[in-house]
Ligand binder design. Sequence first.
Ligand code: ADP
Length: 364
Amino acid sequence: PPAPSAPKPNMEENKRNYEKPWAVEPSKKKSGGKSKDSDSFLYHCYPDGVGPDTDLIEMLEKDVLDKNPQVSFDDIADLDDAKHTLQEAVLLPILMPQYFKGIRRPWRGVLLFGPPGTGKTMLAKAVATQGKTTFFNVSASSLASKWRGESEKLVRLLFEMARFYAPSVIFIDEMDSIASKRSSNEHESNRKVKSELLIQMDGANVASSAGGDEQLDDSERGKSVLVLAATNRPWDLDEAIRRRLEKRIYIPLPTTEGLKQLFKINLKGIRGGSSIKIEELLKKCKGFSGADIAILCREAAMMPMRRKLASGKVNFQELVKMEKELDVPIELQDFKEALKNISKSVSKENLLDYTKWMDEYGCK
Ligand code: ADP
């Protein structure tokens, strides 16, 4: 049978969508599911398990729906301003929909921008975890490359699915790769994906759209779909998309205090030797991103094992039996050794581009 949920290209359609009996209550919903799961979106579309979009829906349920993001705000170093802003802009409207109406209506979309490896994805996951929302984790570049031709249909199905499992957060990483500025030689399919994205973003959160919220009852207000996008290249974003991402939050490189926290988080359960001087380490890691620190700590933590192997006194087979002996504290020398192969991944010039864009379009 044809899918009961045909394309819904406008607000009116989206509004009607909320009246559908299958729009399950958040408390009763199951996040995702297999085709035979009667609470799943696939079952809702095709109770018999067959239909034209079965593959796409299954792909979304398998690869994009993250049933268990499990990241807490405490796992994220630094970024207190961003955490507070996200809590106010995203979490509270989900948790207290009554308060966030009229002039206090939630933002249509939120953009996290900044250098790579600074915790944007982690923040999005923490929002979904704390808000107990269904989390859709979309990598825009893989959507564009893997599903070229079908991408626009995929975008539509994604938002439909998010409404079905609402309240939901759709996190679109690398937003610039599907929503870059218009250009004369732009691929037709790219243009279509972008316009579908605009249509869906306009209708995603019916309760938040200006003027529309007064007619909706409380249960409908709780069924929000929030678009959280991230990019390392905010200046490449299409203007219309940028305007819909109303709240734009800069996620900078860690401060010195942030670096300290990052070492603590990454070396949890690992002993540090007496030679370690944190001030010296911090100096060497100035300008590192959170991801750089994570890699550095991993490399340093392997050094005792590598040292043993390099000494030539043990061979590979013997090494495998030395698990306990190898668990010695890491020393400053281990970090120095690791630092030979790792350097900061963001340049100073690049940082200037972010602050310039922040001044022009960001939210303080
Ligand atoms: P982004 O989305 O900004 O590119 P991610 O959130 O994917 O970066 O972070 C990549 C990795 O870097 C994480 O898995 C984590 O190990 C580390 N990381 C980056 N920023 C932080 C942070 N603020 N706190 C803790 N870990 C971080």
